[in-house]
Design a protein around this ligand. Structure first.
Ligand SMILES: [Zn+2]
Length: 149
């Protein structure tokens, strides 16, 4: 192994690196196969964290696009980008779950990744919930006005 990789000791859960085959915290011995497995697992957690954090930023950006879509001239184009992002976010959430949902780790980074994912989901959810509410209000108004004609 050429470059320094950090991972969690399977015994004491402290973060150690791949340069030594003995944990410097609890002195447990680790063989190369085990180390490369742990490094790989840690890299998956890092990727999961990064994509969850990007998704949360994207969900926030979705609302930025929503408000920008009311700006004259650029609004039309921004509106289309907004709809693409609205469709993209749930797809990306599902893809994240398929790729990383099965990770079992005590790494606090992964917990944060899940938090990011949930907040991305709820930030996104406001839009379809809003649409549904508006639709229901219009349907209710239509029904009421039809009744009193
Ligand atoms: Zn250890």
């Amino acid at each position: 192994m050429s470059d320094l990789k950090v991972f969690q000791c399977p015994n004491c859960k402290q973060f150690i690196n791949n340069l030594s085959s003995v944990c410097k915290y609890c002195s447990v011995e680790l063989d190369q196969t085990m180390i490369s497995g742990l490094v790989e697992g840690q890299e998956r957690v890092d990727v999961a964290y990064n994509s969850a954090s990007k998704l949360r930023i994207l969900a926030g950006g979705m609302w930025g696009l929503f408000f920008l879509s009311f700006v004259p001239f650029i609004g039309y184009v921004v509106g289309w980008i907004f709809y693409v992002v609205v469709i993209l976010i749930p797809v990306m959430l599902v893809v994240w779950y398929i790729r990383f949902g099965n990770i079992r780790t005590l790494d606090p980074e992964f917990k944060t990744a899940r938090k990011y994912l949930f907040s991305a989901f709820f930030i996104w959810l406001i839009y379809p919930a809003l649409l549904l509410t508006i639709t229901l209000i219009f349907v209710a108004l239509a029904l009421i006005s039809a009744k009193y004609k």
